[in-house]
Design a protein around this ligand. Structure first.
Ligand code: SAM
Ligand code: SF4
Length: 415
């Protein structure tokens, strides 16, 4: 089953937010995430909150759509003065398992309740095998202007290890169909470091992705999540474990081939053809903007309050049918936690993090990481913490070393 929700304090059943949180709505852009928790089959590596037909316990897609519309109405009442949405993201699960008419209905409700900003980015994720030409045309007509395909690999044995059901050829067709439907902002997701994947396999996947000429490419190191079928296969010795050195070599190859093809990194795992083609929705998360996450298990962040919904589609639909907030629990973030989170996320961006955001101890730790080649010396001189290529490979370590209290920062600097 998917991973657990965090703990937290009880959330009020009417969904109300503290006045302090409501007051600052509008001070930063406001985004919407719509979680679509349905998949035709479960990929062995995936621990997202998603359910195949046999796991729905009677919940239906039509109930789901009605419940999302009810949550949009709840959000409108809780934050009536929210600014027009800067982005909308249909994520999953597999959003394109919904009928295009249902995605359009949800998008229309969001537009009528909040409005859309002048250049709002409206993305849907799509599995290559889950979309048809007619559906893509309908989505584009409904106002979806960005599509992100789960390509993962171009190599059949890697796709098989990942339990993907599409062929490499289907990705090419789906991208062509999306383009014919009028999409001019297309992204593909890749995964590297799958057991059995050679460096030549990974090169072939990168070459294939580049040859599709998407505007944006995400490349994620495979994470073996506890409790997944992939983890069990590795535990039983059926598959090799993932290897940090192998993943580092593959990351370097990604940077080499993608930058040679005209893509520039803007976050550790994300490359775009130009800065304006970076995913605005993901940047909203990384920059600590406000977003309402609609749907089962979705997480939200508004004005320093974070909350997350009940996870199962049936429990979610039952809450909405009873006119109750679907929030399972919430967390009111204090200023130190907000600063820490900002540091954790912004340091992974190409824009880097302003040195002013660092504590004295973290500044000392950063100075030693400049000397070690993990942080860029020129950016440091101008007051920014920016990862070098080596720093991007070791981004988690860099973050851990920055997240120290002053004493530990001093101690790190001495070793
Ligand atoms: C939650 S999936 C949803 C998209 C869509 N259902 C699909 O699979 O194409 C979003 C992306 O997360 C990435 N992802 C999911 N699980 C991962 C894992 N365990 N390790 C690395 N990347 C993962 C995949 O690249 C995937 O395309
Ligand atoms: S299709 Fe996507 S969301 Fe569904 S199980 Fe596979 S990776 Fe996860």
């Amino acid at each position: 089953m998917p991973s657990e929700s965090p703990a937290g304090e009880p959330a009020p059943s009417n969904g109300r937010l503290p006045d302090d949180a409501v007051r600052v709505v509008g001070s930063v852009p406001f985004a919407a995430y719509v979680h679509v928790p349905f998949c035709a089959t479960r990929c062995g590596y995936c621990d997202f909150n998603t359910y195949t037909a046999g796991e729905l316990n009677g919940a239906t897609e039509q109930q789901y759509v009605g419940a999302i519309l009810a949550e949009i109405e709840l959000a409108r009442q809780v934050v009536p003065h929210a600014p027009p949405l800067s982005s909308v993201f249909f994520g999953g699960g597999t959003p394109t398992l919904l009928r295009a008419a249902d995605q359009a209905l949800i998008l229309r409700a969001l537009r009528e309740s909040f409005g859309l900003g002048p250049e709002a980015e409206i993305t849907t994720e799509a599995n290559p095998e889950s979309v048809s030409e007619a559906q893509l045309v309908a989505l584009r007509e409904a106002g979806v202007n960005r599509i992100s395909f789960g390509m993962q690999s171009a190599v059949p044995h890697v796709l098989a290890t990942l339990d993907r059901t599409h062929t490499p050829g289907r990705v090419r067709e789906a991208v062509a169909e999306a383009r014919a439907a009028g999409f001019d902002n297309i992204s593909v997701d890749l995964i590297y470091g799958t057991p059995g994947e050679s460096l030549a396999d990974w090169r072939a996947s990168l070459d294939a992705a580049v040859s599709l000429e998407p505007q944006h490419i995400s490349a994620y190191a495979l994470i073996v999540e506890a409790g997944t079928a992939l983890a069990r296969r590795i535990d039983r010795g059926e598959l090799a474990s993932t290897d940090d050195d192998d993943q580092a070599t593959k990351y370097e190859l990604a940077e080499e081939l993608l930058s040679a093809a005209g893509y520039e990194w803007y976050e550790v795992s994300n490359w775009a053809r130009s800065p304006d083609l970076a995913s605005r929705h993901n940047l909203a998360y990384w920059k600590g903007h406000h977003w309402w996450g609609f749907g089962p298990g979705a997480h939200s962040h508004v004005g320093g309050v974070r909350w997350w919904n009940v996870r199962h589609p049936r429990a979610y639909a039952e809450r909405m049918a009873a006119a109750e907030s679907p929030a399972l629990a919430r967390e009111v973030l204090g200023e130190p936690t907000r600063q820490l989170e900002r540091l954790l996320l912004e340091v992974r961006l190409r824009d880097g993090l302003a040195c002013q955001a660092l504590s004295p101890g973290a500044l000392v730790a950063a100075a030693s990481m400049v000397r070690e080649g993990l942080l860029d010396p020129a950016a440091w001189e101008s007051g920014t913490v920016l990862l070098t290529l080596r720093g991007r490979l070791l981004a988690d370590l860099v973050v851990r070393r920055l997240v120290v209290d002053d004493d530990e920062g001093m101690a790190n600097a001495e070793v």
